[in-house]
Design a protein around this ligand. Structure first.
Ligand code: GDP
Length: 298
């Protein structure tokens, strides 16, 4: 996903390695290159501005180091700042003191929520948990079946409304699912919710009603990293409408420019917990800001 960005950043920083001592003009020129590379990768403008200002300030004020030459010092600063905008430390999933832990998924249709529910279930199972999936996407035809299919592939139970009872009430399904999870001793419940193609009020209200009914320990905003600048506006709409405690980036295996991945943490203030990079249930892992920064810097 970050091939072009990675190439451009590497090229910008390599120019410095040919120089011994760095002047402010050298730093400004490199900062300009980095700025263009980030903007072309669709990173949100506000994020780019803050990032560049920090790089310039730190690079110009850097102490003379015994261990690193000036170019290496700038590279180190860029790396640290990248890790910073990606969230710094890895943030673990918060688990409830009294099970079940309730994790609610929210996001646009097609973001990868249902697939993620299966991925998360498999991942939780491997960690020794006994997860249960809950089908609260009752709008989209086949959404319930799709969740049941990923649940089966992950080898976990899926709680779904009885077929043939009309559209059904997702809030009621969510409530009954929690009761069932307690009864059947599932320690983690993953609630899949409906998404629309665009942000709309009805979707937000439904998600907020489900949230109020199940009092989740985590609301994870699932966002397709390929949607570019739109990711930022979508994230803000979900933050205002539902609120979320963490982000999951999907489709990092795509060849889009990836700016969303670099903007969403900084713009929403919420950490990225997981990343998905493929259609298979195994294509999923905890998100590590430092590893992602290293991948981007090549
Ligand atoms: P939902 O509408 O949010 O529930 O999204 P789905 O889970 O149905 O996913 C939409 C499409 O994206 C499906 O075709 C998935 O196979 C695909 N998908 C989901 N996650 C990933 C991913 O990480 N990488 C790729 N390449 N495709 C994904």
């Amino acid at each position: 996903m970050f091939d072009t960005l990675s190439d451009r950043l590497t090229a910008a920083l390599q120019t410095l390695t040919r120089k011994g001592k760095l002047s402010d003009a050298d730093i400004d020129a490199t900062a300009r290159e980095i700025r263009i590379a980030l903007l072309e990768a669709d990173v949100a403008l506000g994020v780019v501005k803050t990032f560049i200002a920090r790089i310039k300030e730190r690079a110009k004020g850097a102490e003379v180091s015994q261990a690193l030459n000036p170019a290496q010092q700038v590279i180190k600063i860029v790396n640290e700042e990248l890790v910073g905008i990606l969230g710094g430390e890895t943030r673990r999933l918060s688990l409830a003191k009294t099970p079940p832990t309730v994790i609610m998924l929210a996001g646009l249709q097609g973001a990868g929520k249902t697939t993620l529910a299966g991925k998360l279930a498999l991942w939780l199972k491997k960690q020794g948990h006994a997860p249960m999936l809950v089908a609260c996407d009752l709008q989209r035809p086949n959404a319930v079946t799709q969740l049941q299919v990923v649940g089966e592939r992950a080898g976990v139970v899926t709680f779904a409304p009885e077929p043939g009872n009309g559209v059904g009430d997702p809030v009621d399904v969510a409530r009954r699912a929690i009761a069932e999870a307690k009864h059947a001793q599932h320690d983690v419940v993953v609630v899949d919710t409906a998404g629309r193609l665009g942000v709309d009020e009805e979707l937000m209200k439904q998600a907020a009603d489900i949230r109020d009914a199940v009092e989740p320990d985590e609301v994870l905003f699932v966002v397709d990293a390929m949607i570019g600048q739109d990711a930022v506006t979508t994230a803000q709409a979900f933050q205002d409408g539902v609120g979320f405690s963490g982000v999951v980036l999907t489709k990092l295996d795509g060849d889009a420019r990836g700016g969303a991945a670099l903007s969403v943490r900084e713009v929403t203030g919420q950490p990225i917990l997981f990343a998905s990079n493929g259609e298979k249930l195994e294509d999923f892992d905890t998100f590590h800001p430092d590893r992602m920064a290293s991948r981007i810097l090549g």
